[in-house]
Design a protein around this ligand. Structure first.
Ligand SMILES: [Zn+2]
Ligand SMILES: [Zn+2]
Length: 111
């Protein structure tokens, strides 16, 4: 697999363009920009209330809000909506913050 083969599951941009990147289960990926959008959505409550659907990152159905968007065109046909639960977004935030090379900064509203 080349870096170009990794696409953000949420915006569809390839890894080299969409750095930094966090990997979930089964090759699902979330880029820093989408993570920022997700974190802001949790702050403004612009998220799905309680959905019984699986989080794209952890593949678990959480009994709590999740940020979701329509999947980019390159996604597998069975994935029409992609979502990230709060625990996953928190974990992704920690992962990127621990990596000084990621250059990622948490959204101001999310401190
Ligand atoms: Zn993205
Ligand atoms: Zn999750």
């Amino acid at each position: 697999m080349e870096p170009e083969d990794f696409l953000c599951d949420f915006c569809g941009r390839p890894w080299p363009v969409a750095q930094p990147f966090v990997e979930g289960h089964q090759g699902s990926c979330l880029c820093g920009q989408c993570l920022t959008t997700a974190l802001n959505a949790f702050v403004t409550n612009d998220v799905e209330p309680i959905c019984g659907d699986l989080c794209t990152m952890c593949l678990e159905a959480r009994k709590e809000p999740a940020w979701s968007i329509t999947a980019p065109a390159q996604s597998p046909p069975d994935r029409t909506t992609v979502r990230v639960c709060k625990p996953c977004s928190t974990q992704a935030k920690r992962t990127l913050e621990r990596d000084p090379e990621s250059g990622w900064k948490r959204p101001v509203a999310n401190t």
